[in-house]
Design a protein around this ligand. Structure first.
Ligand code: M6P
Ligand code: ZN
Length: 183
């Protein structure tokens, strides 16, 4: 008897396929307070999808013993000059690292330490990024196509969104005459 894997990964598109894959979409409506220009955010189409995440978590969050896997499709766009981005979060409870690999598109992985030092790494086809423990992380799409990347993390870590929701990152990636700048 063969035990067929329940999930498949398409390495060209990043798609995760299978019954145990969960899909979630984040629209502008669900990103209140994340963009600096709140007036521009309020005027934008609240229905616009900013990103979609396909995830496979064989072991539930907070439970030791598994690796979570997700593909994020971050669409191109900007609000008041600030590129479309994921919300960003710290890991919590048991903190731990994450690994990201870019499938397509161009962007930046923005990383902030607990003492609010912010830096970024450019994301492009094949780039591999290590997110250390105790580091908030979010991706921004600086290109004209979707930025697609895969992430891996340990199941025992939790996700803390509150810290970023409340205090944000210390610097933001904005388009200055079409060039990405961290300000
Ligand atoms: C990456 C990973 C995921 C995360 C997703 C969206 O794929 O970090 O764990 O869920 O981006 O980002 P966020 O959860 O911050 O909205
Ligand atoms: Zn994470």
């Amino acid at each position: 008897m063969t035990d067929r894997p329940g999930v498949r990964f398409d390495q060209l598109t990043g798609h995760l396929i299978g019954e145990r894959v969960t899909v979630s979409e984040r629209r502008l409506a669900g990103m209140e307070g994340y963009f600096t220009d709140t007036a521009a955010w309020a005027l934008a189409d609240q229905n616009a999808v900013v990103y979609r995440v396909e995830a496979y978590e064989p072991v539930p969050e907070g439970v030791l013993g598994g690796i979570g896997l997700a593909t994020t499709y971050l669409f191109p766009g900007s609000i008041g000059g600030e590129y479309y981005m994921t919300r960003g979060h710290f890991h919590s409870n048991a903190d731990g690292p994450e690994l990201c690999m870019t499938i397509s598109g161009s962007g930046a992985l923005i990383l902030m330490s607990r003492d609010r030092e912010t830096r970024y790494e450019m994301m492009s086809l094949g780039s591999v990024h290590h997110v250390p423990s105790e580091t908030a992380h979010k991706a921004a799409n600086i290109g004209t196509d979707a930025l697609v990347f895969v992430s891996y993390w340990s199941s025992e870590i939790g996700h803390d969104y509150e810290t970023i929701k409340k205090s944000g990152f210390s610097r933001r990636l904005i388009s200055v005459n079409g060039i990405a700048e961290l300000r």
